[in-house]
Structures are given as C-alpha cells and as structure tokens.
Design a protein around this ligand. Structure first.
Ligand code: HEC
Length: 99
C-alpha cells in the first residue's frame, strides 16, 4: 500500500462520525444533539414540539427502541441511520438526565 493510500485511509477514519459504544452517555449526548435535539430540544429541554424524552420511564426501553426504529407521526424512522449502539447510547444519555 502506498503512503498516499495510507494517508487517505487515515483521513476516512478521522472524518467518520463518532460511533457510540453501548451505554456511553457522552456519545449518546453527541448523537442526541446531532439527530434529536432539533425536535426534542437542546440538552433534553423539551420545547413542546415533541414529547419530553425525560418522561420515559426506566422500564420503557423497549418502547423507545421500537419508536426510534419505526418512527411515529412527525418523527422519522432512524432505522439504518443510527446503529444499535447509537440508540443504546442515546437511551443511556436520556436515563442519566431523567428524574
Ligand atoms: C423531526 C422532528 C423529530 C426528530 C428529529 C426526532 N423526533 Fe422523536 N418525536 C417527534 C415527535 C413529533 C414525536 C411524537 C410522535 C407522536 O406521538 O405522534 C416523537 C416521539 C418520540 C418518542 C416517543 C416519546 C413518547 O413519550 O411517546 C421517542 C422515544 C423519540 N421521539 C425519540 C427520538 C430520538 C431518540 C430522536 C433522535 C434519534 C428523535 N426522537 C428525533 C419528533 C422528532
């Protein structure tokens, strides 16, 4: 492999969006701000345009996964956009901020 190819490869790796790890609150916050905050409110402060996600109970993970995958009403489906780890990280972020 030429040095140029290696450089290109490094560039691709560096510019690939952050991929969250399961349960990673900080990564979840980043995924949330990038994809969800526009409707659900910055830093999980609901604006009224979409439900307050902090209202989801600890036992509603299954509902969360289903709604995020399938979408509902005005909310788009995130299937194929967010990985399972991304979703798990957003969930961890929401739980870390929930009352
Ligand atoms: C285009 C605006 C928009 C974006 C972007 C968006 N949502 Fe939503 N979301 C909504 C709306 C509107 C609803 C209410 C849908 C309904 O009940 O008809 C909703 C509902 C939900 C619900 C169900 C909440 C409940 O209490 O029933 C969850 C969970 C959710 N969104 C998670 C997310 C996540 C996670 C993201 C980012 C990956 C996201 N949403 C991005 C608009 C959005």
């Amino acid at each position: 492999m030429s040095r140029y190819m290696l450089l290109m490869l490094g560039f691709v790796v560096v510019t690939t969006p952050v991929r969250a790890q399961e349960g990673d609150v900080e990564a979840g916050a980043a995924v949330y701000e990038e994809n969800c905050a526009i409707c659900h409110g910055e830093k999980l402060r609901a604006t009224g345009a979409a439900p307050d996600l902090k209202g989801l109970g600890a036992d509603q993970r299954a509902k969360f996964d289903m709604l995020v995958s399938q979408g509902k009403g005005q909310m788009p489906s995130w299937e194929g956009i967010l990985s399972d780890d991304d979703k798990a990280a957003v969930w961890a972020y929401i739980r870390s901020r929930a009352r």
